[in-house]
Design a binder for this molecule. Structure first.
Ligand code: TDO
Length: 172
């Protein structure tokens, strides 16, 4: 008899909620799409949602080209608040915090133009954004602090320092 293989574990509830535990402080809110014969509307951020409601102080767009990824990076003071607009991105998170209840935990979050979402990434949570599609992917980032051009709060970690295998692609 062929080997039995590995049995799948439960990943979603019957109502479609993802079951995976998120790193402490990471928040994920899937977007709602309004569509009609003219086009679409997707709300990116609303303080009234009561999640990730640090004031909007700075917003920028970033892209990742096909076959590439950005990361690993982390911030010491800044929280990121990313919204995937177009393309297909896998956002991988790794908890660097020694005192965190989820120290060393890894999350893989796939967001795309068909499953948009807003993700809050606290300081000292390393992140890598990989393009898993075949077109350039764009996301908006609304961090809780403006980018300091003179002294960026950005630290890059070599891939071999984090226990996660990034399939293919060239990073940073
Ligand atoms: C973030 C940022 C960068 N820059 C400049 C700095 C640099 O010359 C060029 C590229 O910057 P970076 O290499 O930091 O950008 P990049 O590696 O594309 O970083 C992005 O990747 C993902 C994974 C993140 O975590 C985000 O923080 C976002 O910064 O753009 C700005 O002018 N304003 C900004 O707000």
């Amino acid at each position: 008899m062929l080997a039995e293989g590995t049995k799948d574990t439960s990943t979603v509830t019957a109502s479609g909620e993802r079951i995976e535990r998120l790193i402490d402080g990471v928040i994920l809110r899937y977007a709602v799409l309004q569509t009609d014969e003219r086009g679409e509307i997707t709300e990116i951020f609303d303080p009234a949602w009561g999640v990730m409601n640090a004031p909007l102080v700075y917003v920028y767009a970033a892209s990742v080209r096909p076959g590439r990824h950005k990361g690993w990076v982390y911030h010491k003071q800044q929280s990121d608040r990313m919204f995937v607009l177009s393309g297909f991105l896998k956002i991988v998170l790794y908890d660097l915090r020694e005192d965190s209840p989820t120290k060393g935990m890894i999350n893989e979050i796939n967001l795309s133009e068909r499953k948009r979402g807003l993700i809050h990434i606290p300081p000292h949570v390393a992140h890598l954004v990989q393009n898993v599609g075949d077109c350039e992917a764009y996301f908006v980032n609304m961090p809780d602090r403006p980018y300091d051009h003179a002294d960026p709060d950005k630290f890059r970690i070599a891939k071999d320092r984090i226990p996660y295998s990034v399939a293919g692609g060239r990073g940073w």
